[in-house]
Design a protein around this ligand. Structure first.
Ligand SMILES: Cc1ncc(COP(=O)(O)O)c(C=O)c1O
Length: 357
């Protein structure tokens, strides 16, 4: 199988894939509850939080929905500078919330100043921001944005989508004062798709109790009651919990700081390589992602043909997302990808581009 340099799903280590084949257990049994408890507790280190982590049988979008259903009766402010933030806005509106947007061109970061001004002009129960826009390879300055939120409107709950960065870049939920941080299993955590991980603060959970119509499946208050008994309201995705348990063990063996550093070095290498070879990067300097790089497609190159060439060499990259399809292409350096594999990819890319100069 070709190595996946796409921003999720990514390759899953064989040991983690194998963990999924363990026999099923009754989900309300002491044996399974012990595994669930261990995985949920250990997951907290990924978020740098003392609060709880909910494990949901859903992809990350489910937790975007959980955020708006639980933390906004009406007023949500969504910071939009990419496709996945825009999805979060759509999720809010389709759940009947009167959401507003701060909207910026996709190659510009959300600024703390813009957020401060928006929150001073109107009160919002929650603010939603994407840390790492997978569509553009742009990383928003979430720590500074959170500071601006607290200065402008201390009771506004700060919700962060870290779907393509948690486990690949350091996100310090408690130190940054975040109320919810959500992610999916299939990206930096290098697990199969289908599991959502969402860390939630005490004050956010207390606020949720006052929000009517939180729904059922993603009602965090209900989930918390079950979590305290090491369980979930509905049947959890057992094989994925087994896989998470095994992968957390591996991640601990590597060390979180070492893992972030590996991602940072790979990002630096890809981005420097691109600039040295006259390729433009979509995201501006200072805001480039540590886990996925978006490159502007050079004239004369067709992304589909480039990928065919790479597939012949056992590698797969991603086309641009949505409106950026064809105009850009993406190289993910997340999960278990190693610097040597990045070198192989860059050598192949270089060979391809050389032929076309
Ligand atoms: C930043 C971001 N948010 C949300 C999503 C949606 O996640 P999922 O596909 O796990 O629902 C993605 C998916 O790529 C993403 O990259």
């Amino acid at each position: 199988m070709p190595h996946m340099f796409i921003p999720g799903p990514v390759d899953v280590p064989a040991e983690v894939l194998d963990a999924q084949t363990a026999p099923m257990l009754p989900h309300r049994s002491p044996e399974f509850e012990a595994i669930f408890q261990r995985a949920a507790e250990r997951s907290r280190q990924l978020f740098y939080t003392q609060f709880r982590v909910f494990l949901t049988a859903s992809s990350g979008t489910g937790l975007q929905e959980a955020a708006v259903r639980n933390f906004a009766r009406q007023e949500a402010l969504v910071c939009v500078n990419g496709a996945f933030a825009n999805r979060w806005y759509d999720v809010a509106v389709s759940n009947g919330r009167a959401a507003d947007k701060i909207e910026l061109p996709w190659d510009q970061p959300i600024t703390p100043e813009g957020v401060y001004a928006a929150l001073k002009s109107k009160h919002y129960e929650m603010l939603a921001v994407v840390h790492n826009e997978t569509s553009t390879g742009l990383q928003n300055p979430v720590a500074q944005i959170a500071e601006a939120v607290r200065a402008a409107s201390p009771d506004t709950l700060i919700c962060v989508d870290a779907v393509s960065s948690l486990g690949g870049a350091k996100i310090e939920m408690d130190a940054w004062g975040l109320d919810m941080v959500l992610t999916s299993s299939q990206k930096c955590l290098a697990l199969p798709p289908g599991l959502g991980l969402g860390a939630v603060s005490d004050r956010a959970l207390a606020y949720a109790e006052s929000v009517p119509q939180r729904g059922w499946y993603f009602d965090l208050v209900r989930m918390e009651k079950h979590r305290l008994k090491d369980s979930t309201p509905a049947t959890p995705a057992l094989p994925l919990i087994y896989a998470l348990d095994a992968q957390l063990e591996r991640i601990e063996r590597e060390g979180l700081e070492q893992r972030f550093e590996r991602h940072r070095r790979m990002a630096e290498r890809v981005q420097n390589w691109a600039l040295e070879h006259g390729l433009a990067l979509f995201a501006p300097q200072g805001y480039r992602s540590q886990t996925v790089t978006t490159l502007v497609t050079p004239t004369g190159v067709e992304v589909g043909a480039l990928n065919q060439f790479l597939l012949g060499r056992g590698m797969r990259i991603a086309n641009g997302y949505g409106a950026l399809k064809g105009k850009t292409f993406r190289i993910a350096h997340m999960g278990e990808t190693q610097p040597e594999q990045i070198e192989e990819l860059l050598a192949a890319l270089e060979a391809y581009l050389e032929e076309r100069r």
